[in-house]
Design a protein around this ligand. Sequence first.
Ligand SMILES: [Zn+2]
Length: 66
Amino acid sequence: MKSKDLCKICTEYSADARCEHKKDCELQKILKENNKLRAENRTLRKKNDELETEKSWRDFPDMMGK
Ligand SMILES: [Zn+2]
């Protein structure tokens, strides 16, 4: 198997199919990286939301419950 090749399972079945070559399979690497990025994205977005909330509270202190 060339390093850039997908294993037979990932080529012939969907990406959700169980891959038996997780260590070498290019697709599994990509999927793993994807999940990681998605998780990071979620974290960043949540952080961003928190910052936005803080900012709006700072800009409009009257909107905070008194
Ligand atoms: Zn595979």
